[in-house]
Design a protein around this ligand. Structure first.
Ligand code: ZN
Length: 119
């Protein structure tokens, strides 16, 4: 992967996309989360003769792997390549080994954990 362009360091290559008008590189100027699975970003073309600005909405489309800490409150379709029957068999038959999570909150089973007690 290229790390520089015309002597300029490309630090945020992952945040660039081609300008729809002139195909030059465009950079993200602002970005905000709309939902947990959707983000809206404003891009600006780096070609000074163009100067196009545009909005990109990026949405998580499907999971290739749900990960080890699935969130039941987030509904993202599972990719059709995932062999659900095999995953089910694996989960039903897998043993368990102790693990102390360092980066994930403990699972309490209570969706309202942390909220104030009802009066
Ligand atoms: Zn452009």
């Amino acid at each position: 992967m290229r790390s520089s362009h015309q002597g300029r360091k490309l630090r945020y290559e992952g945040t660039r996309t081609a300008c729809p008008m002139c195909d030059a590189s465009s950079e993200i100027r602002t970005s905000q989360a709309i939902t947990k699975t959707m983000r809206e970003s404003t891009y600006q073309c780096t070609n000074v003769e163009c100067g196009c600005t545009f909005v990109v909405v990026a949405e998580i489309n499907r999971l290739l792997n749900p990960g080890a800490t699935p969130n039941p409150k987030v509904n993202i379709p599972l990719s059709s390549h995932v062999r659900r029957d095999m995953v089910r068999v694996l989960l039903d038959n897998a043993g368990e080994a102790g693990h102390q999570a360092r980066y994930t909150l403990p699972v309490t089973g209570d969706l309202f954990a942390g909220s104030a007690d009802p009066p």
